[in-house]
Design a protein around this ligand. Structure first.
Ligand code: SF4
Length: 369
């Protein structure tokens, strides 16, 4: 296939659904890791098409959603300083911290700017040597190469007024945590295609073998996801636990060697706190000591800030696939995209936002019956 709409062909989709139904002999619980995949599943009603033989639960793969509350608080503290220009991707501005979000800081006169690339933040640092320019470097392995490149370039140019507030998270340790949990229900994973484009899928082979759980690297279009589900169901029905690559037009086993090289030069693996989940060992990146002058946490002395999650928000359970957004008592009432209580309702990739956008009317109708 060559064009995007071919990956949305209804006839091929129907044929794949029929193949899935024909293959299933019992109910299987599968998890898609990535928030982009969750939105496609909800938008096209794929979860309903493959039920009841396949139950889809939604994983922690939305970078905005898993950015720890205390990291947002640190961003707010830094951005509120009069000597700082704070640069961020737009979707981080509405993520609620303990007391404020970055939009509020901007409304109160803070110099908060939306950028589309860390290189835009570098340009700001070059253009305004009198200001401290801080880039909010969040995301999974997908955004890490460009963020690493920005820090590496700043270091090379001696741009001491550029720093990054780094909160990168890594997917395989989160999958390991899910699989180790006694409450785990997931029997197969659709691995995140964009992350694997950078990292390859060797790490997933180790997980599949250790936990005897099948994984299929999946893309983001409806036919990608249906094919990935069919491949997973095939493995489960055969009793196999391998890594297969459905997203071969983008992913290779080794990933992008150049991207991985720059990440390894600039970042080192560290423990990382995930919003709603807590600390996961070896699940994040931090800047190597060589780049300490560009590490915003060190530059602004904010390493000790901590914060507690709101008790009503069950995003921890949602992000681990143990509950679905409508199970939350605040869903669609006290928590909406306009008044989000938790990060999964803020981000366009969040599971709560996906249910709100694509399923709210359906759910309200059912509740009214
Ligand atoms: S609906 Fe809102 S409060 Fe409930 S889990 Fe989702 S983000 Fe948290």
């Amino acid at each position: 296939m060559k064009y995007l709409d071919e990956y949305r062909d209804p006839k091929i989709a129907q044929a794949l659904v029929e193949q899935i139904r024909a293959r299933v002999t019992r109910r299987w619980v599968l998890m898609e890791i990535c928030g982009g995949q969750t939105h496609t599943l909800m938008r096209y009603g794929i979860d309903g098409l493959v039920a009841p033989g396949v139950e889809l639960v939604h994983g922690p793969g939305c970078p905005v959603c898993v950015t720890a509350l205390e990291v947002v608080d640190k961003a707010v503290a830094i951005a509120s300083r009069p000597d700082v220009t704070f640069a961020s991707y737009g979707d981080m501005l509405r993520v609620p911290g303990s007391h404020a979000d970055l939009f509020r800081v901007k409304a109160a006169g803070g110099d908060v700017r939306i950028v589309y690339s860390p290189m835009d933040a570098l340009k700001l640092a070059r253009a305004m040597p009198e200001r401290k320019v801080v880039f909010f470097a969040v995301g999974f392995e997908t955004t890490a190469p460009a963020n690493a490149m920005a820090v590496w370039q700043a270091h090379r140019e001696g741009l001491a007024n550029f720093s990054a507030l780094v909160s990168h998270v890594l997917v395989p340790p989160a999958i390991r945590l899910l699989l180790q949990s006694p409450a785990n229900r997931v029997q197969g994973f659709i691995a995140p295609g964009h992350v694997c484009t950078v990292m390859g899928y060797r790490e997933y082979e180790a997980l599949a073998s250790e936990f005897h759980v099948p994984m299929v690297v999946g893309g983001f279009e409806p036919l990608d996801l249906l094919e990935a589900i069919l491949m997973l169901v095939g493995q489960l029905e055969d009793g196999r636990a391998e890594v297969e690559n459905q997203y071969a037009r983008s992913v290779t086993r080794e990933g992008n060697a150049g991207a991985r090289r720059i990440m390894e030069r600039v970042f080192e693996v560290s423990g990382r706190k995930w919003r709603g989940i807590g600390e996961i060992a070896q699940s994040g990146y931090r800047l190597r000591p060589k780049f300490a002058v560009h590490d915003a946490e060190k530059v602004f002395g904010l390493e000790t800030i901590t914060a507690e999650e709101p008790a009503e928000c069950i995003s921890a359970l949602v992000l681990q696939g143990l509950k679905k957004p409508p199970d939350c008592t605040a869903f669609g009432t006290r928590c909406t995209p306009d008044t989000p209580m938790g990060a999964p309702m803020v981000s366009s990739e969040g599971a709560c936002a996906a249910y709100y956008v694509y399923r709210r009317h359906e759910l309200l109708t059912l509740a009214g019956d």
